[in-house]
Design a protein around this ligand. Structure first.
Ligand SMILES: [Zn+2]
Length: 324
């Protein structure tokens, strides 16, 4: 990989042109130029990712999902590393509830600057952790490889159970009403080893934060669904996500420039773009509180207006944008 190439492209993302003001009355041309630069970076980053390795389409989803190798590739491309901080957690062994809120900072190795940052969370009440798909367990060998025969038993007329050798079972056969099998609970059952899932839950929160931070870094978050990599493992127990409405090209461009706008707001406010975006989308009270706490009093009113106007534009044009 060419060093010059990557630094050149990286710089566009990390430090958008300072001449572009973000307050109402911003010059359209400046915004257009910025948007163009922004899209060039998107294209380039998207082009270094390899389908089915760095990202892929998971059945039941509308957008491709960024896998961990893809996220790591983007981070390496920007010559950066990830650092994780647990910002909030619940560890309740009694209730079996573990809940982690993790921040991933992407740190430019040479300068030590944080060039992207995102939050990710996971908790053990998510269906993938809390439930497991229970199969009938063989009373002989203990494997979960009991199936019901396709054929009726010639003597009883019932379809019996058998332990399937090709799936690792012992081949034993059992009557259709064999109590040690029929009494077993199948389907979705609560995971008994929930405390053991603590660590994988934390890992998942980290992975989500890292994916989001990498996507923000490459300006490509709207091309991807970021947190569904674990979807496959839990396909049986997780509801497919609702279909997202189709977004027209105009709306897409709008959304892209709004993201840029949000990034600029974040810079002025010295917070992460992710924070602004989430707050615009969600909790506006917390946003106002945050602004009031900010130590840039001269810019407060302008910022408030800008936030309001950005939010209004989002709502007017797109309704609720799915939070990618
Ligand atoms: Zn068996």
């Amino acid at each position: 990989m060419e060093k010059e190439e990557s630094t050149g492209n990286g710089a566009l993302v990390v430090q958008p042109p300072q001449a572009v003001a973000v307050m109402p009355g911003v010059s359209t041309m400046a915004l257009e130029a910025a948007t163009k630069a922004f899209q060039d970076v998107r294209k380039f980053v998207a082009s270094i990712l390899v389908e089915n390795h760095d990202y892929g389409q998971i059945p039941g989803t509308q957008k491709p999902t960024l896998y961990q190798p893809g996220a790591q590739k983007i981070i390496r491309f920007f010559m950066a590393r990830s650092e994780f901080t647990i910002v909030d957690k619940i560890e309740d062994y009694e209730k079996g509830l573990f809940d982690y809120n993790v921040r991933c900072d992407i740190i430019h190795i040479q300068t030590g600057n944080i060039i992207s940052s995102a939050l990710g969370s996971a908790n053990t009440y998510e269906s993938g952790f809390r439930w497991r798909q229970a199969q009938r367990k063989c009373p002989e060998c203990g494997q979960e490889t009991i199936f019901i025969s396709k054929y009726e038993n010639k003597e009883t007329g019932f379809k019996d159970f058998y332990c399937y050798g090709k799936k690792g079972g012992c081949g034993a056969q059992f009557a259709h009403d064999y109590e040690p099998i029929t009494s077993q609970q199948t389907g979705r059952v609560q995971n008994p080893d929930i405390a053991d899932q603590k660590n994988s839950c934390l890992k998942r929160a980290e992975k989500r934060a890292q994916s989001m931070a990498a996507l923000n870094l490459g300006c490509i978050s709207d091309l991807f669904t970021q947190d569904l990599e674990d979807f496959q493992q839990h396909e049986n127990t997780k509801e497919p996500p609702p279909k997202q409405p189709e977004i027209s090209e105009a709306d897409h461009a709008m959304k892209t420039s709004l993201k840029y706008y949000i990034q600029q707001l974040a810079e002025l406010d010295s917070v992460k773009p992710d924070f602004i975006f989430q707050k615009l989308m969600g909790n506006s009270k917390a946003m106002v509180k945050h602004i009031d706490l900010s130590n840039q009093p001269g810019q407060l009113d302008q910022l408030r207006e800008a936030h309001k106007s950005a939010y209004q534009q989002i709502v007017d044009r797109l309704g609720d944008i799915p939070n990618d």
